[in-house]
Design a protein around this ligand. Structure first.
Ligand code: 5GP
Ligand code: MN
Length: 324
């Protein structure tokens, strides 16, 4: 691990042109990590671009992190980048339409915290005990001898506060990391509120519809219980991806269910499914059975077809994972 960080620092110190990629539908950890490292390299005179394969729009809540204008559309990512850094990307496929750059790039550096990462780079800094990729990036910045300032610290904090669910899943050393970020000038409430606690009024109407149709299946998941909800394109019309992504945080509060699932319609009959567990079911295993991945208590997969069939496949995978 230490040797990998030193090697990643060496590659980036020698680079003059660096492309940083987040996974598709980037969250605050993926994009915050990419922008923190990108900003540091940009200030050192490196030609830097930050991008992701899909969708075309940058999530509104993450735009303010890009203080140096480093974000470019996927179409502007070079066909063969000299140095490519993939962040928070547990597998090549999670780069979506930009996945081919892994084979055309000169050097690929992987910075991640997914246990299932196949280490698809030439240099791989993968720590599955890190609560966020942002923690891995901060270690790399320390290796590079970077002095933290507010814009960089804010990007790291955004990844950390979201992936740890407001520091619920953070070790004591990660709380110390948070203290460092606050000391560098981060305003915790100003960063967190737009990311987690602020939605347009239309969100409430969408929730009323979607949560009103939610189902509890007490016998599913080997009797541990499954709660699920479906967000169709019609439900989500006029709202941002941020509103749709946060539905699972409400569905998961149903105390009768160990596992929560939210089916989010991307295109007609194309679904991105979010899975969450309280503590006893490894939803990464479930997601992997269905072609996805993630972490033990937060994972996901994509699926096509009618929602009922996606749910039937999910029940089967849950039974396989929870039956001894
Ligand atoms: P979310 O439900 O917030 O979209 O994703 C939770 C976690 O599951 C993410 O951090 C990511 O690790 C993983 N994940 C979500 N969707 C997919 C997917 O389609 N494929 C893979 N491999 N992992 C996913
Ligand atoms: Mn992450």
């Amino acid at each position: 691990m230490t040797a990998d960080i030193a090697e990643a620092a060496r590659v980036l110190s020698d680079a003059t042109d660096v492309t940083l990629l987040a996974h598709v539908n980037p969250d605050a950890d993926a994009l915050g990590s990419a922008l923190a490292l990108g900003l540091v390299l940009h200030r050192r005179g490196v030609a830097v671009r930050v991008s992701f394969g899909a969708p075309d729009e940058v999530p509104e809540t993450l735009r303010d992190l890009d203080v140096a204008g480093l974000l470019v559309p996927a179409a502007e990512v070079p066909a063969a980048p000299p140095v490519l850094v993939a962040l928070d990307t547990g597998s090549v496929g999670r780069l979506g339409p930009l996945a081919d750059r892994v084979s055309t790039a000169g050097v690929v550096v992987v910075l991640d915290h997914h246990v299932s990462n196949p280490r698809f780079g030439h240099v791989n800094v993968v720590d599955d005990e890190a609560e966020a990729t942002a923690v891995v990036v901060l270690r790399l910045l320390d290796e590079l001898g970077v002095e933290l300032d507010e814009p960089v610290a804010r990007c790291i904090y955004a990844g950390l506060v979201t992936d740890t669910r407001s520091f619920r899943h953070a070790s004591s050393s990660t709380h110390e990391v948070a203290a460092r970020l606050l000391a560098a000038g981060v305003d915790a409430e100003a960063v967190s509120r737009p990311l987690m606690d602020s939605h347009p009024f239309g969100y409430l109407g969408m929730l009323a519809k979607v949560l009103g149709r939610a189902c509890l299946e007490r016998d599913a998941a080997g009797g541990l219980g499954l709660v699920h909800a479906v967000v169709t394109l019609e439900d989500a019309a006029g709202l941002r991806p941020e509103e749709v992504e946060s539905v699972v945080d409400l569905v998961r509060t149903a105390s009768e269910a160990e596992v929560a699932a939210v089916l989010k319609e991307l295109r007609p009959s194309h679904w991105s499914v979010s899975l969450r567990a309280v503590s006893r079911v490894d939803v990464r295993e479930v997601a992997q059975l269905l072609g996805g991945g993630g972490h033990r208590l937060a994972a996901g997969f994509t699926a096509t077809g009618p929602a009922d069939r996606v749910l039937a496949d999910l029940r089967t995978a849950l039974t396989r994972t929870t039956t001894p």
